[in-house]
Design a protein around this ligand. Structure first.
Ligand SMILES: [Zn+2]
Ligand SMILES: [Zn+2]
Length: 256
C-alpha cells in the first residue's frame, strides 16, 4: 500500500473513493455515516447546519475529525468545529455557554408566587375567575410566570389567570372607563407579552370585552363576562391542549 491508500478506499455507504478509482471497498459504512447512525441523525440534517461553502465537501466526507464552518440554528455567529463535536455536543460555543449559564434559561415558563404583587383587578376579571373556578380547578398560589426576556424591566409577566397544568394564561382586556386610552400601545405591549409567554411554552387566551377587537390567535370577543364566555374559554383550552387535559381539571358535578 502507498501513502494514497486513504483516498482510494471506498466504503459500503458509497463514500470515499469513486468506484472506478477504489483499490479497496470496505464492507462497512464510513466513520461519518456510522456516527450519524449512532446519533440518529441523517446526512441531510447535518448538511443543513454547515456553511454553504462546505456543503459539497461534507456531502462526501468520511472523517469525523474533519473541521467545517457551521451555522448556529439560534442565530449566533458561525463557528468552526469538527463533525464529531457538531454531532455529539452543542457545537456552537455561545450555545454551549448558554447551556451552562445560571438558571435563568431553565426557569423560563415556571409559574411562581410573587409576594406583595398588587394588580388592579376589575370586577369583570374577578367574575371571570370565579365562573371559571367553578368549572375547573384554578391554583391560588401562583400569580407570575418567569420568562426568558424582560418585560417592562422584569424577567416575568403577571397574567390575570394562570393555569399551570395546561400552561395557559388568560387575560381579560377591556378598554377601561374612557374607552380610548392608548389602545395601540396597549395592543403592542399585549402582543409582546404573549410572545414572551409563547417563547417559554405557554399559550394565551384573551377575553376581549366591551368593543375590543380580537387580538392574538385565541381571542374571545364579548360584551360582558358570562357563563357563555367561560364555555368558550373551556373550548379553547381543549383546542390548545386537548380535551383530555381539560377534563382532568374539571370539577366533578355539573357546577362543582
Ligand atoms: Zn458514508
Ligand atoms: Zn449558538
Amino acid at each position: 500500500m502507498n501513502g494514497e491508500t486513504g483516498t482510494t478506499v471506498r466504503f459500503r455507504c458509497g463514500h470515499g473513493a469513486d468506484a472506478a478509482e477504489a483499490r479497496i471497498t470496505l464492507q462497512r459504512d464510513c466513520p461519518l455515516c456510522m456516527l450519524l447512525a449512532e446519533t440518529k441523525r441523517s446526512r441531510e440534517q447535518l448538511l443543513r447546519r454547515v456553511a454553504p461553502a462546505g456543503r459539497a465537501a461534507l456531502a462526501r466526507e468520511t472523517r469525523i475529525g474533519a473541521s467545517y464552518e457551521w451555522i448556529c440554528s439560534r442565530g449566533h455567529s458561525r463557528y468552526t468545529a469538527s463533525v464529531r463535536e457538531t454531532l455529539t455536543g452543542p457545537g456552537c460555543p455561545k450555545c454551549a455557554r448558554n447551556a451552562q449559564a445560571p438558571a435563568a434559561r431553565y426557569e423560563g415558563g415556571v409559574p411562581f408566587m410573587k409576594p406583595g404583587l398588587k394588580t388592579r383587578t376589575s370586577q369583570a376579571e374577578q367574575k371571570l375567575r370565579m365562573l371559571l373556578g367553578e368549572r375547573i380547578r384554578l391554583p391560588h398560589r401562583v400569580n407570575a410566570i418567569r420568562i426568558n426576556r424582560t418585560f417592562y424591566g422584569k424577567p416575568e409577566v403577571w397574567p390575570d389567570i394562570i393555569i399551570p397544568a395546561l400552561r395557559v394564561a388568560i387575560e381579560y382586556d377591556s378598554p377601561g372607563r374612557d374607552k380610548t386610552s392608548h389602545r395601540g400601545l396597549k395592543e403592542a405591549s399585549d402582543l409582546e407579552k404573549d410572545a414572551a409567554l409563547e417563547e417559554v411554552g405557554w399559550a394565551v387566551i384573551r377575553v376581549r370585552a366591551d368593543g375590543l377587537a380580537a387580538l392574538g390567535p385565541y381571542s374571545i370577543v364579548c360584551s360582558v363576562v358570562s357563563a357563555g364566555v367561560v364555555d368558550e374559554v373551556l373550548c379553547l383550552l381543549g383546542v390548545i391542549r386537548g380535551e383530555e387535559a381539560v377534563t382532568a381539571l374539571m370539577r366533578s358535578g355539573p357546577s362543582g
